[in-house]
Design a protein around this ligand. Structure first.
Ligand code: SF4
Length: 385
């Protein structure tokens, strides 16, 4: 028997009698669960729709249900329903993405805006998003496109070939999958990346890093860089603030490191949630121990929005204290984001001279030659071209 939550569309597979008694409420939202009835199937997508493609990672289960294998939520989805990210539907026992070739945002950005400070500075990144996300961050700044599905937004109709040719036409060094959660339009991202790589365009995954091991492994074959959020260093905060878990995120960071993908780590410092210096210290210690000192860490300033409008913006002194803590722990490159003037320079860890200078997102000077400081020869980690 299947149990079903009408609010989240979550399904519990064939519970035992004991589980049935224990689990009459949805673990995700607390609403009462109901026995699944196929009459509730309501999604009207067809595999022949141009924006529908069979998902790369899922398993077929009993009763025509499927288990998604793209992210650690591992949604069990019955026919006619979609997963938590709102981008994947079960059509008659097969699982499909509905976020293929239908981006709702397409833009050309400086790569520094991703933010990536050590990845071909001064170049342009062709940036795109399809609506949807597998998190529920209370502070989301793009909630209009992340907390909805691709069938609810105004979209462009752009195939992977068209995206690559537009990126090339605009003189972009890279394509960035960004603004919403790129993992939820995984198939589209992977297909574009494979085509872009063949013509020398780099690929940037901007993500919460909440992805399954198998999906990340395949993604690493086609991407060059990742701008990844480490939202906190507490599983409880991940559950309360973001609707995810910490452990799979840490595993994704380790996998990116093993696969040699360039990454920059973003930590949003939110008053009362993620501004605890002891936690920040532990997070930096984990980065140092597991990834080394070479990946830039960006402490980003929070501004009140979405469901956290009652909080004040992060005081700049708190961000400076976090930066000081990270440098003391031994990280080589630490930036402050969302504060004008604060992320403007890269300092050589050897001679302490400024090797890259920026004004906002604009590159002013670059003294990194062949990946080394022009003044003292110390290696500056990143991808410099
Ligand atoms: S990508 Fe994640 S949230 Fe979306 S359907 Fe799959 S498991 Fe669920």
């Amino acid at each position: 028997m299947l149990l079903f939550c009408k609010t989240t569309s979550m399904v519990l597979m064939q519970p035992s009698r004991r589980e049935f008694i224990r689990t009459t409420f949805c673990a995700a939202c607390g609403a009462l669960l109901f026995p699944w009835d196929h009459a509730w199937a309501k999604e009207a997508f067809s595999p022949s729709d141009p924006h529908v493609r069979e998902a790369y990672f899922y398993k077929r289960l009993a009763d025509s249900a499927v288990r998604c294998g793209t992210c650690p939520h591992e949604c069990v989805v019955v026919p006619g329903r979609r997963g938590r990210c709102r981008t994947r539907v079960n059509i008659k026992g097969k699982f499909y993405t509905i976020s293929y070739a239908n981006p709702c945002v397409v833009h050309v950005d400086p790569v520094e805006k991703k933010p990536l400070q050590h990845f071909y500075p001064g170049t342009k990144a062709f940036s795109l998003a399809v609506a949807g996300c597998n998190f529920r961050c209370l502070n989301c700044q793009n909630w209009e496109i992340s907390q909805t599905g691709p069938d609810k937004t105004r979209n462009y109709n752009l195939s992977p070939d068209e995206i690559v040719s537009m990126a090339s036409g605009y003189g972009c060094k890279s394509i960035a999958y960004t603004y919403s959660e790129a993992t939820t339009f995984y198939e589209y991202m992977v297909d574009i990346s494979a085509k872009a790589g063949k013509v020398g365009i780099k690929n940037i995954w901007v993500s919460n890093a909440y992805i399954s091991r198998a999906a990340l492994n395949r993604l690493c074959d086609v991407i060059d860089a990742a701008s990844v959020n480490l939202k906190s260093f507490s599983d409880k905060i991940y559950r309360d603030l973001n609707g995810g878990r910490l452990e799979p995120v840490l595993e994704a960071f380790k996998a990116l490191h093993r696969r040699g993908i360039w990454m920059e780590i973003i930590n949003l410092v939110i008053p009362t949630y993620t501004d605890d210096m002891e936690m920040i210290k532990r997070m930096c210690g984990w980065i140092l121990e597991n990834l080394g000192p070479v990946y830039p860490l960006h402490f980003s300033r929070f501004f009140p929005q979405y469901k956290l409008v009652q909080l004040p913006p992060t005081p700049v002194e708190v961000l400076e204290e976090a930066k000081e803590t990270a440098l003391k722990e031994g990280l080589h490159y630490v930036y402050i984001g969302n504060v004008p003037g604060s992320g403007d320079k890269t300092v050589c860890p050897g001679c302490k001279r400024t090797v890259v200078k920026r004004r906002g997102y604009t590159l002013v000077s670059n003294h990194v030659k062949d990946g080394k400081c022009k003044f003292c020869g110390t290696r500056i980690s990143g991808r410099w071209g």
